[in-house]
Design a protein around this ligand. Sequence first.
Ligand code: ADP
Length: 453
Amino acid sequence: MKLKTKIHLFSTLLMLVILTLTNTGIYFVYGKLAYDTEYNQLKTQSQDLIASLSQMTEKTNPATVLHAYRPPNGAVRILDPTGKLKVESESAEGIRSYHPEIKPGERYSIGEFDNTPILTMREPVIWTDGKVVELQTIQLLSDVKHNLSLLKLILFGVTLIAMIPITISSVALGRIVIQPIDNLIKTMSQSRQTGTYEKIEVPAEGKDEMAQMGHEFNDMMGQLESNFKKQEQFVSNASHELKTPLTVIESYARLLSRRGFDDLSVAKEAVGAILGESIRMKDMIEQMLHLARNQEHVAFKFEETDINSLVEKTLQPMRHAHARDFILEGNGSVVVVTDAEKLRQLLFILLDNARKYSEREIKTTISKNETSISIAVTDYGNGIPKEALPHIFDRFYRVHEDRNRKTGGTGLGLAIAKELADGLGAELNIESSVGVGTTFRIIMPKKQILTDF
Ligand code: ADP
C-alpha cells in the first residue's frame, strides 16, 4: 500500500473513530438528561397526587382524584397490600395490560411497552381505611424515544457531512507530505539512470522539515558532485603528470639503445636523466599515495608536544642536507596538543619549498598572541605572483616559471601541507611578494596550547 493511501486511510479512520465516540457520548448524555427530567416531572406529579389522596374522605371517589392527576400519556393505579388492583385511571391506550417489574426496595423502573420506554414510580399511600396501599404512576416516554431517534439521525448525518471535509483534508495532507518524497524518489532515480547529480526544487522561503530535507538532499548532491569532479580532475592530472617523466624516460632509453653503447657521454646523460625522472616519479607516486591515504582520514594522534624542540628537530637534518642557514627565532617552550609527526611533515614541506625557491637563509619564527600560536617559515627568494596565490594549494599546481624551471617539483607538496594543516586543526596562511620572498604561517588555535612562553 502506498504511503499516501496509508496516511489518507489512517487520518480518515482516526477522525471517524473520534467523531463516533463523541457522538455516542452526546447521545448517551442527552438520553440520561431526558430520562432524569421525565423522572423528576413524574415524581412531582405523584407527590401532588399523594397530597390530594391524603385529603380524601370515605365519600370521595378515588377514581376521580386519579383521573385528575394521571399523566398525559400513561396511568395511575392503586394496589392493595396483596398487589391486587384497587382502582386505575389511564390515558394511554392498552396500558392496562402493562405490569411493571419493580425490584424490591426500588422506587421506580424503566421498562418497555409497545416498543416504547415506559417509566413507573411507586409510592406508599395511607388509604382512607387506614391501610397502606401502593400508588403506581406510569408514564410512556414516547417524546424521549422520538427525540432520541431524531438525535441519532442528526448525529449520524453530522458524522457523514463531517467526513467530507475530513476526507478532502486527509487527501490534501497525504499530497503535502508525499509530494516532496515523490520528487526526491524521481530525482534520485533520474540521477541513477543518467549518472548526473540532479537537485530538487525547494521553495527558497520554505522552513519546514520537508524544505529542510530538500536543502539537505541538494547540499549532499552538490558535495557528491564536487567530490566526483575533484576525483576526476585528480586522476586526469595524475596521469598527465606521470606521462611527462615517462616520455622523458622513454626517449632517453631509446637514445641509450641507439647510441649509448658507442658514446659514453650520451650514455651518462641518458642514465642521469632516466634516474632523475624515475626519482621524481617515485616522489610523485609517494605523494599521491599520501594524499589518497589522507582522504581516508588516517587517524591523527594528538599528544602534548614541545613546539620549540619539534621545530629544532626538523631544522637539524635540513641543515645537514643543504648548505643553507636555517635560523630559529622564538625562545622558551610552548607545549601544544598536536600530532607531532604530522606537524613535522608539514614543516618539512614548507622548509623544503623555501629552500627550493630561494638562495638565501631561511627563517623559522615561533610566536604567540591572544588567541593562537604560529610557526612562520620565511624565505627571501622568488616570491609567488599575486594571481597564483589562490591556486597555490591546488593539486599539481605549479607557478608557471617553476614549471619551466628544472626545480623538480610535483605540485603536490602544498596540497598535502593544506590537508595536514586541516587535520591538525590549524590554519595555513601565505604572504608573498615577487622578488622579496615568501612566508608560510601555521596558526594553531589557543585551545591547543598548554603552557606559555
Ligand atoms: P612543488 O613540488 O612544485 O614544490 P608545491 O605544491 O610544494 O609543489 O608548490 C606549488 C608551487 O608553489 C611550486 O611549484 C612553486 O611554484 C610555488 N611555491 C611553493 N613554495 C614557494 C616558495 N617558498 N617560494 C616561491 N614559490 C613557491
